[in-house]
Design a protein around this ligand. Structure first.
Ligand SMILES: Cc1cc2nc3c(=O)[nH]c(=O)nc-3n(C[C@H](O)[C@H](O)[C@H](O)COP(=O)(O)OP(=O)(O)OC[C@H]3O[C@@H](n4cnc5c(N)ncnc54)[C@H](O)[C@@H]3O)c2cc1C
Length: 260
């Protein structure tokens, strides 16, 4: 089974610092990691490969330093690593990012594409489903577990509000994975040594099949207009009262604001 996992390099903090002028992320000096949901996705891919054989490719679109997460993925057990990097890809919003990833996937053979449910910096959860649409693939989101019970379809357990749902999806397909579902393996020492012996392929715009007007800033219908970290509004009033009195106070407040 050929599996491609899209992984993203993100700042190692939930305390995102934004450039107040450009609205973009301040990445310098902030250590970066493989996006947690993507590491979960990679673990699911490596598990499928162990049980059913096959090949795992990791793919990232980013600046040259994104190589670090590709090396980590190789050390965890991925077979092939591709860095998609080109000035033309810079400033991409989710639509342009997904167009670029889809353009690379058109040059690869796969039965399964795996992405994380969400990146901890952009936080939109849009790229996975968008890639599936560009490639006309059936998609299953919020995936927690996957098994291959028949050669042509996966049985997938996904999280839903009421609990879990088990669905069958025909191949080829795209899955978006939740990090909490699986415990990613650690890199082995042997894996790290072999990872540094393996070549990382560097792809640019010429390697992907996509319209140039659909990548990077040019291909981004959205712009971060303004960014700011939300200050604390006001501390509010602390009432030390009985539950009944609390209900009274809340109802009065809601009535004062014409909410009820
Ligand atoms: C604070 C902030 C707010 C933003 N708001 C928006 C917005 O509202 N709308 C918008 O269009 N863009 C927005 N962006 C830009 C957006 O982050 C980028 O377009 C980004 O490349 C993809 O979106 P995401 O981070 O939300 O990823 P998500 O859609 O959350 O990512 C889902 C999955 O897609 C895969 N993936 C995502 N990016 C890559 C990549 N570069 N390489 C490989 N795999 C990848 C990963 O598997 C990831 O888990 C924002 C960026 C920041 C920093």
């Amino acid at each position: 089974m050929n599996i491609v996992v899209c992984i993203k390099q993100v700042p190692d903090t939930t305390e995102i610092k934004l450039d107040p002028v450009t609205g973009t992320l301040l990445r310098d000096g902030v250590p970066s990691i493989m996006n947690p949901d993507d590491k979960g996705g990679l673990e699911i891919a490596l598990g499928l490969k162990e049980r059913h054989g096959g090949h795992v490719t990791v793919l990232t679109m980013g600046p040259p330093q994104a190589e670090e997460i590709l090396r980590e993925a190789l050390a965890m057990g991925a077979d092939r690593a591709i860095l998609l990097s080109d000035r033309k890809f810079a400033g991409a919003d989710t639509l342009a990012t997904s167009n670029t990833l889809a353009g690379a996937l058109r040059a690869l053979s796969f039965e399964v594409v795996i992405t994380g449910r969400q990146a901890i910096d952009g936080d939109t959860a849009q790229v996975g489903p968008q890639v599936a649409e560009h490639l006309d693939l059936p998609q299953v989101t919020y995936v927690e577990a996957v098994s291959l019970d028949t050669p042509a379809a996966l049985t997938v357990c996904r999280a839903v509000e009421e609990g879990h749902q088990t669905v069958e999806v025909t191949l080829p397909c795209l899955l978006t994975v939740l990090s909490g579902a699986v415990k990613p393996r650690y890199m082995s020492v042997r894996g790290i040594v072999e990872a540094y012996a393996k070549e990382i392929e560097r792809w640019n715009f010429d390697n992907v099949t996509v319209d140039e007007r659909r990548v990077g800033l040019a291909g981004s219908p959205t712009r971060v207009y303004k960014s700011f970290t939300r200050g604390v509004k006001n501390t509010g009033t602390l009432h030390e009262v009985t539950p009944e009195e609390a209900v009274e106070i809340i109802v009065t407040k809601l009535q004062e604001k014409f909410i009820i």
